[in-house]
Design a binder for this molecule. Structure first.
Ligand SMILES: [Zn+2]
Ligand SMILES: [Zn+2]
Length: 385
């Protein structure tokens, strides 16, 4: 099969690799029809992880079931399915509690002895190949496939966002305990920040501030109903305080991660977290879904090399704030978010900038990585010629 393969820093290619196949009776084999490039793919693309050479990338996948293992009961050949980026088992103590991002069965214990969580085509998240390919093996297929309704093909470009960014944006707002009528500040207007914006609107936020220094992306946030604020190394917080009678927003979302940087491109890993402490009110909650990692040998800063940031804990404590963190448990949300799409209450495809055949993935990675204007979200279609 054709697949997007990681060769080394900023070097990917579409190669012929052995076909994905059923390996265990609980597996489902999916022919991928849509698969997105994600901002977190860029951490691997840039060589900022220990992703092995020749790994197949891609964790935002949707397609048609073409084969099922002997022990699969629910999923049928021909089903069109959205596949969460998390690989869960459904029966471990974390999956039982709905925390499918922290599955204990599928995790790779060579990363750390008590490791939890697995994903497709992702550094340190197990040996599972990604879906930027013609075929994808889905372990525990009954648990991990969301069967889509009859408009699956018509709204495929919306449903493919259920694999990661729509639930992840939603998760940011839930970690922040957003309630109807709340004001919220969202740092980052990349795809996840934009999904958090859509999520905040659906849940009845009264004011949605989106902060970034990329004007092109802020324009998309504005189209989605946000008040946009240009990031200015923390000085933008003044504007947020002014707009909330000096109080700060009720809650905040971090949708950038450890590679946050100044408008001039200098990485400052603590910039956004400290700005959020300042921009959110006393007793407010902050949801952090941007990626932070335990080790970052490529970091410029000596703290960041060990995954540490100079966090303003004193002010955070003094303000009585709370933080919720971590990868999104996609299965906790994807069924209901699919209903929002099905009934035209949410249209996450509105942020897609490019639909491309798989063979154009290397160019797409390059443009997305260089933040070339207009490259907001790329959907690859491996089945297209
Ligand atoms: Zn993703
Ligand atoms: Zn599990």
């Amino acid at each position: 099969m054709q697949a997007l393969v990681y060769n080394g820093p900023r070097n990917v290619s579409v190669d012929n690799v052995p076909d994905a196949k059923i390996e265990r009776p609980t597996d489902v084999l999916v022919r991928i029809t849509s698969t997105n490039i994600c901002g977190s793919d860029l951490h691997m693309y840039e060589g900022r992880t220990d992703m092995p050479s020749k790994a197949v990338l891609g964790h935002e996948n949707l397609g048609e079931v073409i084969e099922i293992g002997n022990a699969v009961d629910r999923i049928k050949i021909g089903d069109r399915v959205a596949i969460p980026f998390n690989i869960g088992c459904g029966f471990c103590e974390n999956c039982e509690r709905g925390l499918s991002a922290f599955c204990l069965t599928t995790a790779d214990r060579s990363v750390m002895p008590n490791m939890a969580g697995a994903a497709y085509g992702f550094a340190d998240m197990g040996p599972y190949r990604g879906g930027q390919a013609e075929l994808l093996r889905v372990p525990y297929g009954d648990y991990n496939c969301l069967v889509l309704p009859e408009d699956a093909e018509e709204k495929e470009r919306d449903y493919v966002m259920l694999s990661d960014i729509f639930p992840t944006g939603w998760h940011a707002t839930r970690l922040a305990y957003l309630s109807p009528g709340d004001s919220v500040v969202i740092y980052g207007s990349g795809p996840v920040g934009l999904m958090a914006t859509i999520s905040a609107r659906v849940q009845g936020a009264s004011q949605i501030f989106v902060v970034d220094h990329n004007r092109d992306r802020l324009n998309v946030a504005e189209r989605l109903g946000a008040t946009t604020i240009v990031e200015d190394e923390g000085r933008e917080v003044e504007q947020i305080l002014e707009a909330t009678h000096g109080k700060g927003t009720d809650c905040g979302c971090e949708c950038i991660g450890y590679q946050c940087h100044t408008p001039k491109g200098k990485e400052v890993p603590n910039l956004v977290m400290n700005s959020l402490v300042n921009a959110v009110k006393f007793t407010g909650n902050i949801g952090v879904v941007g990626v932070f990692i335990p080790k970052d040998p490529g970091a410029a800063d000596s703290l960041a090399k060990n995954g540490e940031i100079a966090f303003d804990f004193g002010k955070f404590w003094f303000k009585g704030q709370k933080i919720g963190t971590g990868q999104c448990n996609v299965k906790a949300y994807n069924r209901k978010l699919a209903d929002l799409i099905h009934h035209d209450r949410a249209k996450p495809s509105s942020i897609i900038s490019h639909d491309l055949p798989l063979k154009e993935a290397p160019t797409a990675y390059k443009n997305f990585d260089e933040r070339v204007g207009g490259w907001h979200k790329v959907v690859l279609h491996p089945a297209a010629a």
